[in-house]
Design a protein around this ligand. Structure first.
Ligand code: ADP
Ligand code: MG
Length: 245
């Protein structure tokens, strides 16, 4: 391989029972790139992200991360996941821990960072996601947008090389979507390699280098942001966009 992609997915297949959810999906992500994945519900977007994170074993095909074939590295899965931050639709914060404690936990437990150092890291990250004043608040005292920003800070605390976001704003009230997308867009602009499943096309336009369109388990289109928003879009992707916009 001459060009070493940061992430390279080569012909992955995945079935649940008799249903094939990923059909020979291939895509590459370069370092510092932000790729937005769109597509109808059930098209396999979450399964694609979960495969990259080795939360879901694929049936065939290969996934290369930083030049290494990780596809069948089940034993190394935890090491890999430390390098990949994941943010979910429903935040999934630890309810019994404050915001700062949520962010401190993984560095302490997994990296063995001291409590004092973890606290410093967490305070910095809460500042980065624009909620330093909420450090001692518990999740049920935070708005959805604030909780999601704590979740992003928590993922960043492990210093990931790749961030995966699975519909990070779809559970949020409209007025909170922007504050979360702003944080994500800033991280992307700083060069955080990211794959974002979202239908927020304003974010895609602003932050994405590339747009991937999935339908029924297939990657139908992978276009540069310029191509995509310049109008040279596959018909099926266009029809989908017409529905969501
Ligand atoms: P999307 O995120 O695009 O909505 P998903 O990746 O969640 O799509 O799901 C793709 C398909 O796989 C759907 O038909 C869904 O019902 C099915 N699926 C997802 N996870 C599982 C699972 N753990 N067991 C069985 N079927 C699943
Ligand atoms: Mg999904």
């Amino acid at each position: 391989m001459v060009v070493e992609h940061f992430l390279e997915i080569v012909g992955i297949n995945k079935s649940f029972g008799s249903v094939q959810v990923l059909k020979t999906c291939s895509m590459t992500v370069a370092a510092k790139e932000t790729v937005v994945v769109i597509g109808p519900s059930g098209s396999g977007k979450s399964t694609l992200l979960r495969s990259i994170n080795l939360l879901e074993p694929v049936d065939s095909g290969d996934i290369f991360f930083a030049g290494e074939n990780i596809t069948r590295e089940r034993k190394k899965a935890h090491l890999l996941r430390q390098q990949i931050g994941m943010v979910f639709q429903n935040f999934e914060l630890f309810a019994h821990l404050s915001a700062v404690e949520n962010v401190m936990l993984a560095p302490m437990k997994i990296l063995g960072v001291s409590s004092a150092d973890a606290h410093d890291i967490a305070v910095d990250l809460l500042r980065k996601v624009q909620i330093p004043e909420k450090a001692d608040a518990f999740p049920d005292e935070l708005s959805g947008g604030q909780q999601q920003r704590v979740a992003i800070a928590r993922a960043l605390a492990m210093r990931p090389k790749l961030m995966l976001y699975d519909e990070p704003t779809s559970a949020l009230d409209p007025e909170m979507i922007r504050e979360v997308l702003d944080v994500m867009a800033e991280l992307s602009a700083e060069g955080m390699t990211s794959i974002v499943v979202t239908h927020e096309m304003g974010f895609a336009r602003r932050a994405a280098d590339r747009i991937v369109f999935m339908e029924q388990g297939e990657i139908i289109e992978s276009a540069s942001s310029d191509q995509f928003f310049g109008g040279t879009v596959n018909d099926r992707a266009r029809r989908f966009l017409d529905q969501i916009l």
